[in-house]
Write a protein that binds this ligand. Structure first.
Ligand code: SF4
Ligand code: ZN
Length: 331
């Protein structure tokens, strides 16, 4: 490797995974942060006075996101108030440890933190859910509950926007998965930097063009405090295949990640494709594209001891049951 930084001619210490550029540490920090700033500016993410919550899990992505947002907000005077919002799924040996990391981040970055838990919101922790349903579909429950838990936490904090740590690799995987499943509605929105603007709270992904390898590199060289253990209930088989496929492609052609995202951004969806319209869940009052939201359907299944039925696409029947006044849920 040449020992001179491409930008400043100081001693280089790394090769950028995204571009192959040989850089010194300081120049890497600058280009990495500048690309995120450009993403923020081009998307017009923030208006001065906004209250913005970073969804913080203690993992590398959200830790880098919180750190970079604080740095950029001060450097470029975004005029926003930043907060940390964490979800406690109730997973012993995983989330309890990662939340300790978030609490340290709160001190390190001097940002207010709020933690909302599945147990408080739904009456069930993930440990209890897995005890009832086993290790099949547990991530379906967890994903649906987390999505709503973040909305509910953000509403409690009275923030205007939630930032999530999804990186370029995550988005490329999601494009592929939606393509492989033929999920055209999701395919059309999974690359958007802002989603949910029509609902209660918009969500944005400032790291959507940041490569996972560079996020790890940034966290490493900045000596950020993050938690790197996998969830104890993580099967994620389908996403795992997509991930391995993209990692293999990346090793031959690093641009493939950005190219998959650009392909996703430029897909034209036929006007005849039926898209979901957002409404309000009749049971809990939160955003839903169905009469009863997925969180309520799953929760009802859990409470009645027939959780797997709720997962397996019986939404219409359950909606009908609600319409007849049969669904009794905790508020
Ligand atoms: Fe939840 Fe599955 Fe992620 Fe674990 S791996 S935190 S169970 S979604
Ligand atoms: Zn609901």
């Amino acid at each position: 490797m040449p020992s001179v930084c491409k930008r400043c001619s100081q001693r280089a210490i790394l090769k950028r995974p995204k571009t192959g550029d040989i850089l010194c540490k300081e120049c890497f920090f600058q280009v990495f942060e500048l690309e995120i700033h450009r993403t923020v500016v081009q998307a017009g993410l923030f208006q001065p006075g906004m209250k913005v919550a970073v969804a913080a899990s203690g993992g590398k992505d959200s830790t880098v996101l919180a750190h970079v947002m604080k740095v950029l907000s001060e450097r470029y005077n975004y005029g926003i108030d930043l907060f940390l919002l964490s979800v406690d799924e109730g997973i012993t040996g995983y989330r309890d440890d990662s939340l300790e990391t978030v609490k340290r981040n709160q001190q390190q970055y001097d940002l207010p933190l709020r933690i909302v838990s599945y147990k408080d919101l739904y009456g069930w922790s993930m440990d209890e859910i897995v005890k009832q349903i086993g290790l099949k579909n547990n991530c379906t429950f967890c994903g649906v509950f987390r999505r709503q838990a973040l909305d509910r936490g953000a509403l409690l904090m009275n923030v205007d926007m939630i930032l999530t740590g999804h990186n370029a690799d995550d988005i490329a995987e999601t494009v592929l998965m939606n393509l492989l499943r033929g999920d055209v509605a999701r395919l059309s929105r999974c690359t958007s930097i802002i989603t949910g603007a029509e609902g209660a709270l918009p969500r944005a992904k400032p790291l959507k063009y940041a490569y996972e390898k560079e996020i790890v590199m940034y966290a490493y060289f900045k000596k950020l405090d993050y938690f790197s253990t996998e969830c104890v209930y993580s099967p994620q088989a389908y996403r795992g295949y997509a991930r391995t496929f993209i990692k293999n492609l990346e090793s031959i052609r690093p641009r493939c990640i950005i190219d998959i995202i650009h392909s996703g951004e430029n897909f034209a969806i036929k006007s005849s494709v039926k898209m979901a319209t957002q409404g309000i869940c009749q049971s809990c009052g939160y955003i839903s594209s169905q009469n009863v939201c997925k969180a309520c359907v799953l929760l009802d299944g859990l409470n009645k001891g027939r959780a797997q039925v709720a997962v397996s696409g019986k939404q219409r029947k359950v909606n009908a049951a609600y319409a007849l006044g049969m669904g009794q849920l905790q508020s």
